[in-house]
Design a protein around this ligand. Structure first.
Ligand code: 5GP
Length: 112
């Protein structure tokens, strides 16, 4: 089912887009949890990690390549950053369109 991220991908609602490829879009999180908080999403509608299929392997690789590219562009590659994907209720997922949170710009604390 289409989510708010599909609307952002289709430019139906605004977002601060920082990077785009044929398969991936990256934009600033509306409620940043760190000085740098970018969401990296596949253009294909994949609700959760549980829904990834073997045919999505290239897309997942594209998402990580996008993260590495953005981190370099934003100057945080060397100091480091954190990448998180939440899955379903216990993982704290709120938007059911697969995404990576790219968090940086400060030293991260405990994982949970
Ligand atoms: P989740 O909890 O599903 O892992 O993360 C969803 C993220 O999407 C949250 O960090 C939330 O702030 C962000 N978010 C929700 N709605 C919007 C929106 O309309 N625009 C943007 N840019 N981010 C959003």
């Amino acid at each position: 089912m289409a989510t708010i991220f599909t609307k952002i991908i289709n430019r139906e609602i605004p977002a601060t887009i920082v990077y785009e490829t044929d398969t991936v879009l990256a934009f600033k999180d509306i409620a940043p949890a760190a000085p740098i908080h970018i969401l990296v999403v596949p253009k294909k509608e994949i609700p959760t990690i549980n829904d990834i299929t073997p045919e999505d392997k290239n897309i997942i690789g594209d998402m990580y390549l996008a993260i590495a590219h953005i981190a370099k562009e934003l100057g945080i590659a060397e100091q480091g950053y954190r990448v998180i994907t939440n899955c379903n209720e216990y993982g704290g997922q709120e938007v059911f369109h697969l995404h990576f949170h790219l968090l940086g710009g400060k030293k991260m604390g405990a994982l949970v």
